[in-house]
Design a protein around this ligand. Structure first.
Ligand code: KE4
Length: 428
């Protein structure tokens, strides 16, 4: 067993001050058992814990670290910005640069509002769609997670799902009664819901590639169907690309699939690891936002110069380099290696992948929605997680999370991971 004495001491102290010892539930390892380790520093594709152990990291702080940790261009940009002040509460040039970059890279975003988290982005996008249409109801899909705003914590994914009670305590029925939850990849369910709620549905919000119940993909034609039916019924189509934005291509998944949403939510990568969120889209919808229009949204630290500097450095590096080609090659290598290792060990694994996002489900599959994902053997996953951790590989501490490869991973790191998996899968 790897010694983690200092992490255990820190966790004991953390439990005194922080509920569950963490500031975000999934970090607590409740889905896999054991205790979290504490990171001292990170660079490239590796985390170094406070006990001197090193791990190849496939969580990447849940998506932002697409270039790897402590990416020099980002560190230097943040250092330069910090010397000029950490927050102004007054417009600063970096906000304009970031907004211009986003609108250039994601053409469906004609105007954008920056905020401080993906939760805030999704919550605000729903409010904006309701204000624009004058309607209250909206459709989300089970297993999709859009942050922890009250109206969205209904059959959510990610941590909410991991804890086995998809709905959250503290959310009054009145706050979620307008949230219509449907199975993903089921066009008939969407048709029936619009038919049953004529003229009442403000929006559909979805992760175009759901990454909060593991990872699964839209069936061919599904996103095109959602685009068409929302147009027919005057509903706003919202792509939550907080995870997929700039992860799968410079223009997000919408660039790959060719489906143009009305609004897009962003986060994670555009902050380069600092707190950030954004939502944007059609100008006629966005101009409903205060101070122009009647839909209120605000934030003390929105457009914060440090987060902007970090995000601009990240987006510049992504658009100028060959990161996406590299990420695809590494993803394919990992998928091939882990699939072969599972087969060799006699373990049934359904491995889903989209570029540098992936999930290995311990179930025969296929996995196209939450119901399929829930068939996975979570106990076996927990043993696999800990076996890999002991082997120096940090996977997402839940079967219902996506893994992330960074441009700092190398083919040798992938090979090391595959060899470790081959050993662990035979032993569990
Ligand atoms: P944040 O509020 O955590 O910045 O973003 C919420 C959010 C919105 N939309 C999507 C598609 C997301 O994946 C997220 C957040 N993702 C989780 C990982 N599954 C964050 C990890 C955590 O909650 O600690």
């Amino acid at each position: 067993m790897i010694a983690r004495t200092k992490s255990e001491q820190l966790f004991g102290e953390a439990l005194r001050y922080l509920p569950g010892g963490v500031n975000s539930p999934v970090r607590a390892f409740r889905a896999v058992g054991g205790q979290p380790f504490f990171v001292d520093r990170a660079e490239g594709c590796r985390l170094h814990d406070v006990d001197g152990n090193t791990y190849i990291d496939y969580v990447g702080t849940w998506g932002p670290a697409i270039l790897g940790h402590a990416y020099p261009g980002i560190i230097q940009a943040v250092q330069r910005a910090a010397e000029l002040g950490t927050s102004f509460g007054v417009p600063n040039p970096l906000e304009v640069t970031m907004a211009r970059l986003i609108t250039e890279l994601v053409p469906s975003i004609q105007k954008v509002r920056l905020c401080n988290s993906g939760t805030e982005a999704c919550m605000s996008a729903i409010r904006l769609a309701r204000g624009f249409t004058g309607r209250d109801k909206f459709i989300k899909f089970d297993g999709c997670y859009h942050g922890h705003a009250d109206c969205l914590l209904v059959k959510a994914g990610s941590g909410a799902l991991t804890f086995g009670h998809p709905d959250s305590a503290g959310v009054p029925q009145a706050f979620s009664q307008h949230t219509l939850v449907l199975p993903y990849n089921d066009p008939e369910a969407v048709r029936a819901t619009f038919a049953a709620n004529p003229g009442q549905i403000a929006a559909i919000i979805l992760e175009p590639v759901p990454g909060n119940a593991g990872l699964y993909l839209p069936q061919p034609g599904y996103l095109e169907f959602l685009r068409q039916i929302t147009r027919e019924h005057g509903a706003v189509l919202i792509f939550d690309e907080v995870m997929t934005g700039f992860r799968l291509s410079p223009g997000g998944y919408q660039q790959l699939c060719g489906v143009v949403p009305d609004l897009t939510c962003l986060g994670k990568i555009i902050g380069g690891g600092l707190p950030v969120g954004a939502f944007g889209g059609r100008a006629d919808i966005m101009d409903m936002l205060a101070p122009l229009g009647p839909v209120y949204q605000a934030g003390t630290l929105s457009g914060n110069p440090l987060a902007m500097a970090a995000g601009i450095a990240a987006l510049d590096a992504l658009r100028q380099g060959d990161a996406y080609r590299k990420l695809e090659a590494l993803g394919a290598q990992l998928q091939e290696g882990l699939t072969a290792a599972a087969h060799e060990a006699g373990k049934t694994v359904c491995f889903n992948r989209c570029g540098s996002m992936f999930c290995g489900y311990f179930t025969p599959g296929p996995v196209f929605n939450l119901g399929d994902a829930m068939k996975s053997d979570r106990q076996l996953f927990a043993r696999y997680f800990h076996g890999m951790l002991e082997a120096g590989v940090y996977l997402a501490p839940s079967q219902f999370e996506a893994g992330f490869i960074s441009a700092a991973h190398t083919p040798a790191d992938i090979e090391t991971t595959v060899r470790a998996a081959a050993r662990v899968l035979k032993s569990i």
